[in-house]
Each structure stands twice: as structure tokens, then as C-alpha cells.
Design a protein around this ligand. Sequence first.
Ligand code: UDP
Length: 235
Amino acid sequence: NLDRVDYESASKRVEGFLEAYDNNVIVTPNAEIIMTAQKNSELAKALNNADLCLPDGIGVVLASKILGKPLVERTTGYDFMIKILSMANERSLSVFLLGGKPGIAKKAAENVKKTYEDIKIAGVHHGYFQQSDEEEVITKINNSSPDILLVAMGAPRQELFMMKNIKKLKFRVAMGVGGSLDVLSGTVSRAPVFMQRTGLEWLYRLIAQPSRYKRMGTLPVFLIEILAHRFSRKN
Ligand code: UDP
């Protein structure tokens, strides 16, 4: 259930979300996550039940065009997270950063504070806790009363964490942000702007982290399945 939005209309939706502690969840599936959701019904449910579902990745936008239901534009998780941080700064809201290897969320929080002086860091926690520690993490989040919860544990863990615990957690907006805390912390760099603009960010990530090649193999499979679906519909 992807939302046909651009950055502006998506931001308007978030402005509404920020008005109350209504536990609104934002997800940003790319082709790989959508393919995982074909086999993982819990993930599919989490994505489809989110309050805002943004197409992250050129593959998803391409697929929407092939299927004759074009999405407006690719809204990357990282860029939208930055948009949310600006909104939080304007409103002096608090943000909890959950995810990444130990130390990453703390470093990311320090950098957030440098750029967005009016944001309050409600708290941070790494994303490698055991299932048995989940309640403790939830209590830590709730005790800090964050307006915004950024969950950076990769898919499907982050989507499942948000949806499974939606009734226990308290926030205005939670968003699954994948590896974005690695970028905010300065540990991983983003693709050059020309690659981002031309839809080649995936290529940069592949060169920077060759171990991702297996994961990226899902993109052509995704497009082949989309084409097969389109073709079978035509017939
Ligand atoms: N991660 C985590 N807990 C886990 C598994 C992963 O916090 O159990 C973090 C990992 O350290 C990385 C992020 O989740 O920061 C996933 O990054 P990835 O590049 O896979 O996400 P993408 O940006 O591609 O969605």
C-alpha cells in the first residue's frame, strides 16, 4: 500500500501526525523489502498497516510505471528523515534514536544536536539487543517520552519492532530508517548528489559495500516479477 506522495505532501501528512501522540508509523520500502514481504507475511502486514508508506528506491518507482499506476517520485528514507528532523527542530521536539551498532546512535545524536540545536535528544539505544531485553528497551523509550522515534535496525526487524509494539510504545511519529544512523554518525557516507539524482545510489552502495551484492540481486528479480505480472494482466 504505497502512498502516491511527493516530499511536500508527505511532509504535510507528518505535520498532522506531529499534532498528537497517536503512534503514527512511517515505513519506506524499497524493492528488496517488498520482495522480502512476499515471503514474510508479518512484514507485509507491518508495511500495509503503516500510516505512511513511502517508495524508497528507483526500482519501486519504475515498477509503478510498468504497472500503469505511476508514483509521484522516489522519497528516500534518509532524505525524509532529514525533513522530519527539520520539522522537529522548528517545533523543539524530542527524538529517540534506536538502532545501529553500539555507539552509533550516540554519535548520530551528537551530530543531530550540532545541526539542529532545538531538537531534544530523548535517548539513544543500539539495535543489537536480545529479544529478552525488548521490554527494557521499550520502557527506556517510553520513560523518555519521545515525540519522534527513529528505528534504524534494518528491514524487517525495524518494521516488526514498531508494529509488534505499537500498543506498548508512546510517540507521535516513528519511522524505520535503515542504515541512516550510520550516515548521521559519519560512519558511512552517502552517494554523490549526481548519483542520488540519477537514481544510481544503489550502484554507489554496491561499490562502497560489495558485500551487498547478494541483497541487490533482488532488484532485477523484482522487476522481472513486475513485468511478468503486467504481462499476465494484459492477457
Ligand atoms: N541493525 C541493527 N540491529 C540489527 C540489524 C541491523 O541495529 O539487528 C542496523 C545495522 O547496524 C545498520 C542498519 O540496521 O545500521 C541496517 O542497515 P542497512 O544498510 O541494511 O539498511 P538499509 O539502509 O539498506 O535499509
